[in-house]
Design a protein around this ligand. Structure first.
Ligand SMILES: *Cc1c(COP(=O)(O)O)cnc(C)c1O
Length: 351
């Protein structure tokens, strides 16, 4: 009888992250921050009591939750911490999307959402963005098993305003609405003020982008305490200690450096304005961005050939070979010098 272990295991199409090249390159492909973590974060890591690593960390990241509670004027019970916002989001899908009804999200959005739906057997229905990649809020009014929206959306960079976010949340009082604010800090208004008003809203944020801590893997969710309790129970059925002690300490320190946060996010925004203008002069259309990246399409030259040319010059940008967006590039905002190098190379390549 033919028999193989392959008949019993799970084969799945995974999310594919942007490359992490080893050599020194200009890396504009995974939306990392071009500036280092805040000085007080580096100090906290240097001065960390390494001998304490023999102990397990706080299971619920309590000191960090307390720091967040002060930071956002919330209660500790409104806050959940896990190993990067991808971990927070995966656990949230597992916790809140648990009916037979389809979960709604845009056809063009963070591509991990579909992967988690496949992994957890969650039915979903894609809502088509308009031709100019805008979310139409009324698409999210129908009966559903939940809603997930990245705001600003990725990879389009386009924000919804607070009234539009509230419109979606208030039309879905019998579902959980997950709002992925991965790019909070780069200009888009946060909906944090709405979590006291709506018990169905879960906001997810990360330390990876605006706080320059992608390598530490820390993400957070904010919501009504009953939502957080559900999420916490699922987490504790899977992994009691998702965030290590050093990461918790680094994240806590990061919240104490408001001045550095304001300074580096303002620099990214200023560079974004400059880079968008330069790209437009070179024949790109660029969507409105309230993130640390630009979403751009050239009028004549294909995105894949631009990507390949830039890579040959050691500049990495992100290209998605996916319907509707396979002629766009997602370009992370680097330092002024990095963006100048990018523009220089594009000038020599484009007609
Ligand atoms: C970057 C990103 C994440 C994941 O960030 P983590 O590094 O896992 O915290 C989640 N959602 C969106 C939309 C992102 O762009």
């Amino acid at each position: 009888m033919p028999y193989s272990w392959k008949e019993k295991v799970r084969f799945i199409e995974p999310y594919i992250p942007g490359e992490q090249p080893e050599s020194r390159v200009i890396k504009l492909n995974t939306n990392e921050n071009p500036y280092p973590p805040a000085p007080c974060v580096i100090k906290a890591i240097r001065e960390f009591d390494l001998e304490s690593l023999r102990f397990y960390p706080s299971a619920e990241s309590d000191p960090l939750r307390e720091a967040f509670a002060k930071y956002y004027s919330l209660d500790k019970d409104n806050i959940f911490i896990a190993n990067g916002s991808d971990d927070v989001l995966a656990l949230s899908f597992l916790s809140f999307f648990y009916s037979d009804l389809p979960v709604f999200f845009p056809d063009v959005t963070y591509s991990f959402y579909k992967v988690w739906c496949a992994l957890f057997n969650i039915p979903f229905e894609l809502k088509e963005l308009s031709a100019d990649f805008k979310i139409n809020v009324t698409d999210y009014y129908g009966e559903n098993g939940g809603v997930v929206i990245a705001n600003p959306n990725a990879p389009t960079a386009i924000p919804l305003n607070l009234a539009e976010v509230e419109d979606i949340v208030s039309h879905n009082l019998s579902s959980v609405v997950i709002l992925d604010e991965a790019y909070a800090g780069f200009g888009c208004e946060s909906a944090m003020g709405l979590i006291k008003k709506y018990d169905n809203l879960l906001i997810v944020q990360t330390f990876s982008k605006s706080r320059s801590l992608a390598g530490m893997r820390i993400g957070a969710a904010f919501g009504n305490k009953e939502l957080i309790a559900v999420l916490s129970a699922v987490k504790n059925s899977y992994n009691s200690y998702p965030v290590n002690k050093l990461s918790q300490a680094a994240a806590e320190a990061s919240l104490n450096d408001a001045a550095y946060f304001a300074e580096t996010t303002a620099k990214v925004i200023k560079t974004r304005t400059f880079a968008a203008e330069e790209l437009k002069k070179l024949g790109f259309t660029v969507t409105e961005s309230e993130t640390n990246f630009l979403f751009a399409e050239h009028e004549k030259i294909s995105a894949s050939s631009i990507k390949n040319y830039l890579e040959s010059k050691n500049i990495y940008v992100r290209f998605f070979n996916a319907p509707r967006i396979n002629n766009h590039l997602r370009i992370t905002i680097g330092t002024d010098e990095e963006m100048e190098a990018l523009i220089r190379e594009l000038k020599s390549f484009l007609p």
